[in-house]
Ligand binder design. Structure first.
Ligand code: PMP
Length: 287
């Protein structure tokens, strides 16, 4: 596997960053997870826009233009012989001292990892997944706004640990108001009476690229859609529930905290969106 590191393609074994990098010491940096379908980078521009927004929020100057990073992604795809893959584009703050100040650091380290990702088994897409509602609350927008895709994922990791301890794959997280925010690495939708609902950006969530694509699909397919606050009890009374994310794509949720959602099978709206999403990613020509 070839890794793009600060302008050069190197073998994975030689793709090293220094222990004094603040990305490692403090989780100080930003990243994107991007898919390659059929050799094409899916929604590269949207990912790059979000990356630059995240970087701006933490006052990290990315030492390349969007176009240069887009080229870096393409070079990485060309150097790795795999038409279906997952790309991780990371900007870490760079090498500094043991103090917190980011402004004493040298150049940010920029790297692109090219790999496979299979988050969930195939059966889960056919039968649905069980999740819990985590006790760990999603970090508030007034702390580190979840719209920033930073290298600091401990809030999500703590909820993920709760899920694993409970014997399920994922956890839904509530925000400080007790309303649904998102899953640990995915956005969430519920469906009631054929009407899809997803929490708004101000619920304190990452503005998922997949979430945006699925909202567009809903509009195109005539599925009613609202973005509004969702109370935990609404999730359990929903007819359907599903998660969206670059790695997971669209995945059905059929159980929440041991409560069966709908009839416990993948619902019709979710099934339609899974099919439409799969068709779209393979045929979409926008890079
Ligand atoms: N929320 C969180 C916390 C995430 O980490 C992710 C990405 N893994 C998502 C939502 C989904 O975002 P996207 O569709 O852009 O992958």
């Amino acid at each position: 596997m070839k890794v793009w590191l600060n302008g050069k393609l190197v073998n994975k074994s030689q793709a090293n960053v220094n222990v004094m990098d603040h990305g490692l010491l403090y989780g100080d940096g930003v990243f994107e997870g991007i898919r390659v379908y059929n050799g094409r980078i899916f929604r590269a521009e949207a990912h790059l826009d979000r990356l630059y927004e995240s970087a701006k929020f933490i006052r990290l100057a990315i030492p390349y233009s969007k176009q240069e990073l887009h080229e870096a992604l393409k070079e990485t795809v060309a150097a790795n012989n795999n038409a279906y893959a997952y790309i991780r584009l990371v900007i870490s703050r760079g090498e500094g001292t043991l103090g917190l100040s980011p402004f004493q650091c040298g150049n940010p380290n920029v790297f692109v990892i090219y790999d496979n990702i299979q988050l969930y088994p195939k059966e889960m897409y056919e039968e649905g997944m069980a999740v819990i509602i985590a006790k760990t609350v999603r970090i508030s927008r007034r702390m580190l706004n979840p719209k920033v895709k930073s290298l600091n994922y401990l809030n999500n990791i703590l909820a993920k640990i709760e899920a694993i301890d409970a014997g399920v794959s994922e956890a839904l997280m509530l925000n400080e108001c007790g309303e649904l925010s998102e899953a640990t690495g995915d956005n969430v939708f519920i469906v009631k009476n054929s009407h899809a609902v997803t929490p708004p950006l101000d619920a304190g969530i990452l503005g998922g690229i997949t979430r945006g694509v699925v909202c567009d699909l809903c509009r195109k397919m005539g599925i009613e859609l609202s973005e509004r606050a969702i109370k935990p009890k609404e999730i359990k009374q929903a007819d359907e529930c599903f998660l969206t994310g670059t790695a997971a794509e669209v995945i059905p949720v059929t159980k929440v905290d041991d409560i069966t959602i709908g009839d416990g099978k993948v619902g019709p709206v979710t099934a339609k969106l899974i099919a439409a999403y799969r068709e779209m990613v393979d045929t979409d020509i926008a890079e």
